[in-house]
Write a protein that binds this ligand. Structure first.
Ligand code: F6P
Length: 326
């Protein structure tokens, strides 16, 4: 059986609301079972720098409701190098860390695959990203909160859009995935939703606006994912202005407000379940996998499969956007 007497825990990549709830669950489950838990600050960079401290149950008091991550996070370029990984491994040995829990998204698990090709150390991952761009889980920690944040913002934008008879292009986060755009857009009754998973045909977007105009629709909300193929909300706005010079067009980039804030109940529960499951997986010898939830059951997927690509978007959802916005 693997030695998991000292578990290191880190958060890496973009923070997401609910990461603190996951840290709390890992620390409390570990200590409950007599395991020492070591917090690594600033993700993989903290591993390289030896920014590591022993955690107590009180370190995670009063954090379940807080956004961000008490362990801080980073996107470490140094960890992508062989030298960086070697330094990180030596620091883990120095602190006698015998296992790891990694909380993060796509970049975190890519880093994990490279690291574990070189060094053997039991590890379990927890999906923490607002983008929901991982295989092996129906939801990622932070996604629900981010969609709710975007939804509330777009509702407010609709109020002012309606008052002025304006068209708004709202850009939401999602570097490679359109899940935030799709779900916030549907929940706000967006007139159009543009996502990376579907090639945008600008003529179709313009024809849709023309048909709305004919029906005297005075408000148009177009939700665009940041990673959508065209060059962002502003260029889309330009094309719209060229064809409809009388339309009053505005663009709003929601940006990092989507990453902050108190996690929703769904994210707190998801994070608690996965943190608890990650420690128990290590205890029972399950390793080099990410814990996820599929059909409300905890499942484990090897790191390399998690990053092989997200499940394709339901074609029905894409069709639904068109039908519901007519
Ligand atoms: O990975 C989550 C995410 O919020 C993406 O949606 C976005 O593209 C990226 O992080 C932004 O990263 P940063 O905070 O480094 O600007």
């Amino acid at each position: 059986m693997n030695d998991i007497s000292n578990i290191g825990i880190l958060t890496s990549g973009g923070d997401s609301p609910g990461m603190n709830a996951a840290i709390r669950a890992v620390v409390r489950t570990g200590i409950y079972h007599g395991i020492d838990i070591y917090g690594v600050r600033h993700g993989y960079q903290g591993m390289i720098d030896g920014d590591i401290f022993k955690m107590q149950t009180t370190d995670v008091s009063n954090i379940i409701q807080r956004g961000g991550t008490i362990l801080k996070t980073a996107r470490s370029k140094e960890f992508m190098t062989a030298e960086g990984m070697e330094k990180a491994y030596k620091e883990l040995q120095k602190h006698n860390i015998t296992a790891l829990v990694l909380i993060g998204g796509d970049g975190t698990f890519r880093g994990a695959v490279d690291f574990f090709e070189r060094y053997t150390i039991p590890a379990v991952g927890i999906p923490g990203t607002i983008d929901k761009d991982l295989s092996g889980t129906d939801f990622t920690i932070g996604f629900d909160t981010a969609v709710n944040t975007a939804m509330e913002a777009i509702d407010k934008i609709r109020d002012t859009a309606e008052a002025h008879d304006r068209l708004f292009i709202v850009e939401v986060m999602g570097r490679d995935a359109g899940y935030i755009a799709l779900n916030s857009g549907i929940s706000c009754g967006a007139e159009d939703i543009l996502i990376p998973e579907q090639v945008t045909n600008m003529d179709n977007v313009l024809d849709k606006i023309a048909s709305d105009e004919r029906r005297k629709k005075t408000v148009h909300i177009i939700v665009v994912a940041e990673g959508e193929g065209l060059s962002g909300g502003r260029d889309i706005g330009e094309s719209i202005r060229n064809r409809f010079p009388l339309l009053d067009v505005r663009t709003c980039v929601l940006g990092h407000i989507q990453r902050g804030g108190s996690p929703s109940y769904a994210d707190r529960v998801l994070a608690s379940r996965l943190g608890y499951a990650a420690v128990n997986a290590l205890r029972s010898g399950v390793t080099q996998v990410m814990a996820g939830i599929v059909n409300d059951k905890v499942v484990f997927t090897p790191f390399s499969n998690v990053i092989k690509g997200v499940s394709p978007m339901e074609p029905d959802m894409l069709d639904m956007i068109r039908v519901l916005s007519t």
